[in-house]
Design a protein around this ligand. Sequence first.
Ligand code: ZN
Length: 304
Amino acid sequence: MGDVPARVVLRDVGPRDGLQNEPPVPTAAKVELIEALGGTGITEIEAVSWVHPRAIPQMADAAEVWSAVRPRETVRYSSLVPNVVGAQRALAAGFTDLEVVVSASRTHNLRNLNRTPEESLDAIAEVIELAHTAGARCQVIVATAFGCPYEGEIEETDVVGYALRALADGADSLCFGDTTGMGSPPRVRRVVGAVRDRAPEAEVALHLHDTRGTGMANLVAGLEVGVDHFDASVGGLGGCPYAPGASGNIATEEAVYLLHELGVETGVDLDHLLDVAATAERIVGRELPSRLIKAGPRTRLAAL
Ligand code: ZN
């Protein structure tokens, strides 16, 4: 390993992205998961989203969840907003970190949001302005950045073009989402490298999925091009919405395990996080895809 960041920030997206792709769970279970994650040393948690309950019933209780959570000083909590109305709700609830999504795939954006990417970016500019007026930060997530379930290949020029437009509109950070796990190390290097060439100062994060087994390889590829913010979900919560039974988000504990092996600090207590992964399994009532839940860390030795 050459010149990789000495420390990375992991954002656990289990409570939002994870639970959104699982059968609905009670409000109290969401609160329990958010609070438990906050005790592991993790410094960023994607807590809820403010989407319409008809679109995503799993997140219909966002306001109840957030009002019940006792926030920690050490954690930044973010919420995903679909539009200006969602942003107003998130800001009114006290969030200081918002996320908005545009898909680099025209078809994916039209099917999910009923808008072209350009129309989404127009609305995102309004959300960014609203966030800044309220003293909040806004991250723009470019989804399907490494491939699309409908279109297959996505032009890098599109991915980079949408990202640069978001930066020009004031985005505080960019996140490239591997929505269906179609990323690979060369693709990660190309997209991140192209953005770095055009906007060297931009804060860049990666939202990786392990749908095709490349999640950890992509994380290392990201590290090697200087990325120091990664999304992951405890236990690997949340499947792939386009491939029933397939895994989605990379598991936070697997990311922590690998990063520590590489000598990269995360600030996360792995044993504690594994306890929370067990809690996550109990909450959804099924085995989660994380292999570290099953195998344990290196310190867990077999009985002689
Ligand atoms: Zn995800």
